[in-house]
Design a protein around this ligand. Structure first.
Ligand code: IPE
Ligand code: IPE
Ligand code: MG
Length: 257
């Protein structure tokens, strides 16, 4: 129990809370679009479309809350296994989303980066990504990294391939080297890892980088993930005691001793 005679901040700290702690980097598995559409008797594509709108809103909300990096899972290495019409629908949706929202995002100060294996996507899509990155490269309000054709295992493998291609001696391959050659080398590791849609798994997202991320799972389906849900996740994060293997900052003293 917290001591009510303590000032608010000290009481909160004693209870393990870190008032005002804002994650620098938030990673999100944007899951639940298909179920959101099904609940409305609509095709899955409708849910994906709403998911794009939810993402554009979320970027601004996270930026307003002081988050510097937002990395979102848009298409996994495994999503190719879905029916071909859903896959091609998602590919064309990206092009639509870029033409509909890129200018707005650029104007809003968003720097866009794409992470993932670009070799398997169409030239058109690759060019759209490159244009988005180029247009927004000098923006500083928030960095939005869109993980597309991304898998955490792919990321580890592609970094290892770079080491082999450079004929690096084994002793020079360490955690820092790998981190610098992985897809998110430009960002600190995610502090907060959110998954919407109720599943409690990582589904091959940021396996390396999320080693010490705080995990937050919510039943909320991605198209419904708005300001209130974002604030609830950030609030939960501020209550976490991040230890990174050390001892608790405020050990709980058993009462009655
Ligand atoms: C997440 O929503 C978006 C992508 C994987 C592209 P889903 O399409 O997985 O939606 P659910 O999980 O079936 O509801
Ligand atoms: C994870 O969601 C991938 C994205 C959100 C892009 P999935 O819906 O593909 O994950 P599983 O299949 O439920 O694990
Ligand atoms: Mg899903």
């Amino acid at each position: 129990m917290s001591d009510l005679s303590l000032p608010d901040a000290a009481a909160a700290a004693a209870a393990g809370a870190r008032p005002g702690a804002v994650p620098r980097h938030v990673a999100v598995v944007m899951d639940g679009n298909g179920r959101w559409a099904r609940q409305r008797y609509m095709p899955r594509f409708f849910g994906h479309k709403q998911g794009v709108d939810a993402l554009v809103r979320a970027v601004n909300t996270f930026a307003d809350r002081g988050v510097e990096y937002l990395t979102v899972f848009a298409f996994s290495s495994e999503n190719w296994k879905r029916p071909s019409e859903e896959v091609s629908g998602l590919m064309s949706l990206v092009l639509v989303a870029v033409s509909k929202y890129l200018a707005k995002m650029a104007g809003d100060g968003v720097r866009i980066r794409i992470i993932g294996d670009r070799s398997a996507v169409s030239d058109k899509l690759r060019q759209a990504w490159e244009h988005a990155e180029e247009l927004t490269r000098d923006n500083h309000r928030i960095t939005l990294a869109v993980a597309f054709n991304y898998g955490g295992r792919w990321d580890v493998v592609q970094a290892c391939r770079q080491a082999v291609a450079q004929a690096l001696p084994p002793a020079q391959i360490d955690e820092a080297w790998l981190s610098q050659h992985m897809a998110l080398s430009f960002a600190p590791d995610p502090d907060l890892f959110i998954r919407t849609g109720g599943e409690m798994r990582m589904s091959n997202f940021l396996l390396w980088q999320a080693a010490y991320s705080e995990l937050f799972f919510t039943e909320c389906l991605w198209p419904d993930f708005g300001q209130a849900e974002i604030d609830a996740a950030l609030e939960a994060y501020a209550q976490r005691d991040r230890r990174f293997g050390t001892l608790p900052a405020h050990p709980v003293v058993p009462s009655g001793t």
